[in-house]
Design a protein around this ligand. Sequence first.
Ligand code: G
Ligand code: G
Ligand code: MN
Ligand code: NA
Length: 256
Amino acid sequence: LDLETELRRAIDQGDLRLAYQPIVDLAANRLTGFEALARWTHATRGVIDPGEFIPVAEEAGLIVPLGRWAVDSALATLAKWDALAGSAVPLTMNVNVSAIQLARDDVPGVIAAALATHGIAGSRLTIELTESAIVQDPERTTKALQALKALDVKVAMDDFGTGYSSLSYLRRLPIDSLKIDRSFVSGMLQDRDKVAIVRAVLSLADALGKTTTAEGVETIELSQTLAALGCSHGQGYFYAAPLTADAARDYWQSQL
Ligand code: G
Ligand code: G
Ligand code: MN
Ligand code: NA
């Protein structure tokens, strides 16, 4: 069977899982939430990376059911954890939404329904979009982002700095935060050019009133430097790799 057929079957049968990577407030050194990342463990092929199956899903039109599943599953996990939380500060959840899903599906409607089903406030959900979403269909993207804002759902620009689109959308669109791509963060302590880029992004975000998340934080030195530069959040192997739902819950509970 080809990958597309197998992926269709995996989605239908509920064989995909989400992994959860911690996102940490750098100044307070405190867990604030998780990014949900799709994982597919194939019976014979083993683990298949999203870098391989997301493009297949996009080409085959499977990104719509996959994206709907990701939102629903991430919010179901959050609701499950809420039941354990007592009076602790509520965790947030980031979910990746493909440009193609945004163009083809009623993403705000799907998200509104999932928030209601699981009893989650919109403000606790962040949708991660890549710059390609904006280039692809600026008008539709603008409408969708406005509808998400009405739900109080947050929007993060993923892999910021690696795309090709104009910066003017940062002013025009309701984007709450920038995720600084790992390629600028890892190794930045040994590379003046990377530091210059990270500083520039932080300065831009600050001037526009957006929060920032550095990806690829692998060491304590990086976390401290980024905090000193004013980056608000970090994510990376220094904190944890993407974790199974149970391991993520244990990680969170060990921080309480
Ligand atoms: O999990 P990993 O870090 O390998 O993810 C690689 C990329 O795959 C991420 O940067 C993310 O953009 C994408 N990705 C992972 N899970 C999802 C998902 O559920 N939906 C979409 N659209 N992209 C995802
Ligand atoms: O940048 P992008 O979202 O495409 O990267 C996602 C991939 O990066 C995932 O496979 C994830 O497991 C991995 N990843 C997450 N944190 C780190 C990190 O600190 N360092 C490195 N090298 N990879 C990471
Ligand atoms: Mn992401
Ligand atoms: Na990313």
